[in-house]
Design a protein around this ligand. Structure first.
Ligand SMILES: Nc1ncnc2c1ncn2[C@@H]1O[C@H](COP(=O)(O)OP(=O)(O)OP(=O)(O)O)[C@@H](O)[C@H]1O
Length: 320
């Protein structure tokens, strides 16, 4: 009775003829890793033949378990890390060779906050704005990230979530065409996360292309026009948040207990299924034991796509 959706392995390179902000073909990056028992070194692939395209003006989310290769990929696109092989174009240039003019067109919010020193939040945003040819108004940026109240605090004295907002302010003050957000809302309270989502969709509506990594599947579902799931350095699936995992992945799921055993059924006709169960196995009080009817969320689909949740690669030596 049960219908399963098979994980899809479609390329993340279907642009429908639209302009691309980022194009990646056959990307490879390996790190040196100590061999078994600490003997010698081997190369361990962090990114293992990745293809993807990010369209101009879209929010594109990169999902995947810890160690999947997301940050390595993003840092290669940002020009902060060398690749071993593959073609990469970001705003029409190869990040390995691009210069200052190119860097001024991108905004970066990395996973780790920068060293915040002695400056106040406002001073940091103002100082950063000076590096760009056409920056946004620092006060307006501070306001947009919800830091006005804390603008005169030393950056070091901000809370974790407030520092993350400052990171975002520093990433957008240069008026980037393309904004990289690597796990931007880690440590945000739910209200701050929602106002951050408004900020990001507002940037997209102004024409900014946004490449986002996140472990919050709800964030990807809310924000992203398209998502890619990376697993073990490769694309496991890609598409719009609603289409990820193939046409059957979001089919409603009916679960119930039959003689204490959990049973489930994927069906487009859940009412009919429940009526049949009510007829066949309902208890004397008319209830179907343990009955639930749900539509799989992006998180459910994601967890089915990933071989084993929490999979990590072998630990490796620190390298550039
Ligand atoms: N500088 C480095 N030196 C050596 N190995 C590294 C380095 N950076 C990452 N790795 C390894 O490469 C693999 C991919 O790491 P990466 O940080 O790209 O994953 P990720 O998907 O961003 O993970 P997370 O969700 O935990 O941030 C992991 O096995 C990691 O240990």
């Amino acid at each position: 009775m049960r219908t399963e959706s098979a994980p899809t392995r479609r390329p993340a390179t279907d642009t429908g003829g639209r302009d691309t902000a980022v194009s990646v073909r056959g990307l490879h990056k390996a790190y040196r890793s100590r061999g078994p028992g600490g003997q010698g070194y081997t190369q361990v692939a962090a990114v293992d033949g990745l293809d993807l395209d990010v369209l101009r003006g879209e929010i594109f989310a990169v999902l995947g378990p810890n160690g999947a290769g997301k940050t390595t990929t993003i840092e290669i696109l940002e020009g902060f890390r060398n690749r071993d092989a593959g073609e990469v174009s970001v705003l029409g240039e190869d990040p390995d060779r691009a210069g200052r003019a190119w860097r001024a067109r991108i905004g970066v919010v990395q996973q780790d906050s920068r060293d915040l020193g002695e400056l106040t939040a406002a001073e940091m945003v103002t100082a950063t704005a000076r590096y760009y040819p056409d920056p946004r108004d620092p006060a307006e940026v501070i306001d947009a990230v919800g830091l006005t109240e804390h603008a005169r605090k030393r950056a070091r004295a901000l809370s974790g979530g407030q520092r993350r907002r400052l990171d975002v302010a520093l990433g957008i003050v240069g008026r980037p065409e393309l904004l990289f957000l690597d796990e931007p809302t880690t440590g945000f309270d739910p209200q701050a996360r929602r106002s951050f989502w408004d900020l990001v969709t507002g940037l997209r509506d102004d024409g900014v292309t946004i490449l986002l990594t996140t472990h919050y599947l709800e964030e990807a579902a809310q924000l992203a026009d398209r998502v890619v799931v990376i697993d073990k350095g490769r694309v496991a699936a890609s598409g719009t948040p609603d289409s990820l995992g193939g046409p059957d992945a979001r089919t409603p799921l009916v679960t119930w207990l039959d003689g204490g055993e959990l049973r489930s059924l994927r069906t487009d006709r859940p009412t009919e299924a429940v009526a049949r169960l009510a007829h066949e196995i309902a208890a004397p009080d008319g209830e179907i034991p343990g009955l639930t009817v749900s539509r799989p969320s992006l998180e459910d689909v994601y967890l089915e796509l990933i071989d084993a949740p929490g999979t990590t690669h072998q630990s490796t030596e620190e390298q550039q």
